[in-house]
Ligand binder design. Structure first.
Ligand SMILES: [Mn+2]
Length: 357
């Protein structure tokens, strides 16, 4: 049985639960190795891990499931757990209320009669937040792929190209360099669209003199990277250049400050204070960053709400301040970093000084 499953069983005992039902696919992959897109996992406090999926994955589970995980092919997984006596009346079984739909919960209640269903909060997330060295290595690999994509894309973007054409090139290059796919919908926001923090690539053409913000990530072993860079196509105007310098200073300060023991809010303050001091506090309306791993957005939150989120060694977080001027332009710079014993190590190895192509 893997270390993670053992830790989860221990947490179940602490929470006085007999088992936990895991339905979030990224968590299932994390705990079992299964990379397919359907299945449920039941982990018991006694250390049993039962994964149930359907016929389509019969061959796949033989190759993928980690040692100690039992694989079952069954179209009615909840009924099967009851029929096999793995879930029985009187047991308390946890479920992931953040990801279970109302309809799924109703089905679960019907199948698990006289079973006490309990919410589990962030039980699995608390495990995934602290990365092992090999998990950090996977994120680093995904970050290296993204950095390589960025280097190549700078030679491809030309005035007149559409944002979604740039997004397609990013996606293609990522896969060429070994990525399992796009970590999320690629953001390409040029000119005035740069003021949209999550401006998905559109059909807008990139024009000379505009700033372009790219936000994308690669995937390795199910672990994501997430990077943002803003560059200029031809000489940018003074305003764009000036907010670039402020965001860069803020981002560099954040990376220099990040360390174990500080809260997400304290790290957010470091970046936010720099931008506010330059007079753009109101134009930085989002958090400074987020945890990163099997999900693109995980704990801890690096934001004004992150008071209770304490940074610990092994956490991987993003540091991504930005300034957005409505109808004119925007700049964001984002690195992935791993929190270490005495600071942090930057995983995103790509230039941050303003590049003008
Ligand atoms: Mn991000």
């Amino acid at each position: 049985m893997s270390n993670r499953l053992t830790q989860l069983s221990d947490q179940l005992k602490e929470a006085s639960l007999d088992a936990i039902l895991i339905t979030r696919l990224t968590h299932i992959r994390y705990l079992t190795g299964f990379s397919g897109s359907a299945g449920i996992l039941l982990v018991t406090s006694a250390g049993r891990a039962v994964f149930i999926t359907d016929f389509r994955y019969q061959e796949q589970i033989a190759g993928e499931l980690l040692p100690g995980v039992e694989g079952i092919i069954e179209p009615a997984p909840y009924q099967r757990l009851v029929a096999d006596g793995i879930v029985a009346p009187g047991m308390s079984v946890g479920f992931q209320e953040t990801y279970v739909t109302v309809a799924a919960l109703e089905g679960l209640k019907k199948a698990f009669r006289r079973v006490k269903l309990e919410k589990t909060g962030s039980m699995v997330e608390d495990l995934t937040m602290i990365k092992t060295d090999s998990e950090v290595a996977s994120i680093k690999k995904a970050a290296d792929m993204a950095a390589k994509v960025y280097k190549e894309i700078l030679a491809i973007v030309k005035p007149g190209m559409r944002e979604n054409e740039v997004a397609m090139e990013i996606s293609y290059l990522g896969k060429k360099f070994g990525s399992e796919g796009d970590a999320f919908g690629i953001i390409v926001a040029s000119g005035a669209r740069g003021a949209l923090p999550h401006g998905r690539a559109s059909t807008k053409k990139i024009r000379k003199g505009e700033m372009v913000t790219l936000d994308f990530g690669c995937i390795h072993n199910g672990f994501n990277s997430d990077m943002t860079r803003t560059f200029a196509v031809g000489k940018p105007n003074d305003e764009a250049r000036s907010i670039y310098d402020i965001v860069l200073r803020s981002q560099i300060k954040g990376v220099a400050a990040a360390r174990a023991g500080m809260t997400g809010k304290e790290l957010d303050d470091v970046c936010r204070d720099e931008i506010a001091a330059a007079g753009y506090g109101a134009e930085f309306g989002h958090g400074t960053g987020h945890g990163l791993g099997i999900d693109v957005h995980e704990g801890p939150g690096i934001s004004f709400r992150g008071e209770g989120q304490i940074l610990k060694p092994g956490m991987v977080v993003t540091i991504e301040p930005g300034i957005y001027i409505p109808n004119r332009c925007g700049v964001r710079i984002e690195d992935d970093v791993v929190i270490t014993g005495n600071g942090c190590r930057v995983l995103t190895r790509a230039p941050k000084d303003l590049i003008i192509i």
